[in-house]
Design a protein around this ligand. Structure first.
Ligand code: GLN
Length: 468
């Protein structure tokens, strides 16, 4: 069942040598989609005709010798990314019928490099969730075991790669949404440094945390896609250009004691992690244990700040400009209220209320300002660790994929599952998750590497050592 396809570089060699065509490759993925998607629910739209048409065009360019650097790469995009003249719904009913008039910068750059977009992928509504069960379009099932969740919020993107329905997915990560589903599905996923990839055309959840990144079986495919989508963009002033990477040999890595000793950590994951640590030591790495005094503050800081930002970002969905509008309102205020009540899901409403509360005049300093201060402390302490060590390593998640429905009744339990991933978003640092084998019932486990700002090359190269 676990068909790990070859990396794009090999596909490209065959394409350039005339041994395969883009049309055959696209058709191969479309066949997988027709075989599995009805059950797994990874794609919300499949652009069958269009993908085949583009494949024919790219085949012509290959013959003419002027194909782009991603020629024939078959990509799926998360439903939070805009793609001109295609639906984007953020996994929500509130954007019912919405089609963007422009493409996200990352999507446009893929198209410009001759990648082929095969469809739009299911996700938790507005990226708010850890299992893909908060989608208005129903959960995505894990291909390793369909009684289990895919992880979230980029669940459709992870399963599409896992089940061979596309070569690469473009996901988004605000608090682990690329890395967690990657870990649950046995694939790799990269959250770039905040400021590396333009957020233009990403439907915002928490703007100071959101990042776009690739998901794939192969780390080299992550690096290739990053190279295409990164870099300066007039539409997002937080993006920086051309960061020289530091090519110093990396020899020292740290793990956080409170993470690997955390009571929620499944023992098989702890064992697998320490067997990787032993292998790294055998390869000549110094692996040290460090203390991090703010473990208890990670999730509260993340959930106060992201809900605050979400309550502001989601104010624009009011039934006036786009998407769903209620039928039954007699005045404007009632129209706003009914539209939002009808079309936002439970979790989104919960977060808008939490965020509105922490921003309210009487509580602003106690929650929002305090969380900003703690965010700074977490950033400083994390950078202190990275001044002494090249990388921070950890398991990506404390457990393997939950059963469908296992956490849905208790939001706090659900939030606890994000403990190992949110640090990279609070700090803006780059982090990658790569597969670390399977537990005793065959569910995948993930290994996470976090690096210094803009050291994507460092973390990606290093992550190739895992499970080597
Ligand atoms: N599970 C986290 C949340 O619900 C992460 C979401 C994300 O990264 N988009 O907020």
């Amino acid at each position: 069942m676990n068909l790990v396809p070859v990396a794009y570089s090999e596909i490209r060699r065959d394409l350039m040598a005339g041994k395969r065509t883009c049309v055959e490759i696209v058709q191969g993925h479309l066949d997988r989609i027709s075989e599995y998607n009805a059950q797994l629910n990874a794609f919300l739209s499949v652009y069958e005709e269009e993908a085949l048409m583009r494949a024919r065009e790219v085949d012509e360019r290959i013959k003419a010798g002027n194909a782009g650097i991603l020629a024939g790469l078959v990509v799926g995009i998360k439903d939070l990314l805009c793609y001109a003249d295609h639906p984007s719904q953020a996994g929500s009913q509130i954007l019912d019928g919405f089609q963007s008039t422009f493409s996200a910068t990352a999507v446009q750059r893929l198209l410009d490099a001759d990648a082929i977009i095969i469809g739009r992928q299911n996700c938790d509504e507005f990226g708010m969730g850890s299992t893909n069960e908060n989608s208005a379009f129903g959960p995505v099932l894990n291909f390793a075991n369909t009684a289990h969740v895919a992880g979230g919020s980029s669940g459709g993107s992870a399963v599409a790669v896992q089940a061979g329905m596309c070569q690469v997915s473009l996901g988004t990560d605000t608090g682990g949404s690329i890395r967690m589903p990657a870990a649950f599905c046995g694939i790799s996923g990269l959250k770039p440094t905040y400021g590396r990839v333009s957020r233009w055309g990403l439907i915002a959840y928490a703007s100071s945390f959101d990042s776009i990144g690739p998901m794939a079986h192969h780390v080299e495919d992550l690096a290739l896609v990053l190279k295409v989508i990164e870099g300066k963009d007039g539409f997002d002033s937080t993006v920086v250009d051309e960061i020289a990477s530091n090519n110093q040999p990396k020899k020292r890595v740290a793990y956080i004691k409170e993470i690997v000793e955390h009571p929620s950590l499944q023992s098989e994951i702890r064992d697998a992690f320490f067997s990787q640590v032993a292998q790294l030591k055998a390869k000549g790495y110094e692996v040290i244990s460090v203390e991090f005094p703010y473990i208890e503050q990670l999730l509260p800081t993340y959930y106060v700040l992201t809900t605050a930002e979400a309550s502001s970002n989601l104010a624009r969905f009011d039934g006036v400009k786009y998407g769903h509008r209620t039928d039954g309102a007699s005045d404007l205020m009632e129209m706003y209220k009914k539209t939002r009540d009808e079309a936002f899901g439970e979790e989104v409403k919960r977060r808008i209320m939490l965020g509105t509360f922490v921003l309210s005049a009487d509580y602003y300093d106690a929650y929002y300002t305090k969380a900003q201060q703690v965010r700074r402390l977490i950033q400083e302490k994390t950078l202190d660790i990275l001044a002494e060590s090249d990388f921070i390593i950890s398991p990506t998640t404390s457990s393997t994929a939950y059963q469908i429905g296992e956490k849905t009744l208790d939001p706090l339990q659900m939030y606890l599952g994000d403990l190992f991933t949110v640090q990279a978003n609070i700090t803006g640092l780059p982090a990658v998750s790569v597969p670390m084998g399977e537990d005793s019932v065959g569910l995948p486990m993930g290994f996470q590497v976090t690096g210094r700002p803009f050291d994507e090359k460092g973390i990606l190269d290093f992550s190739k050592l895992i499970n080597e």
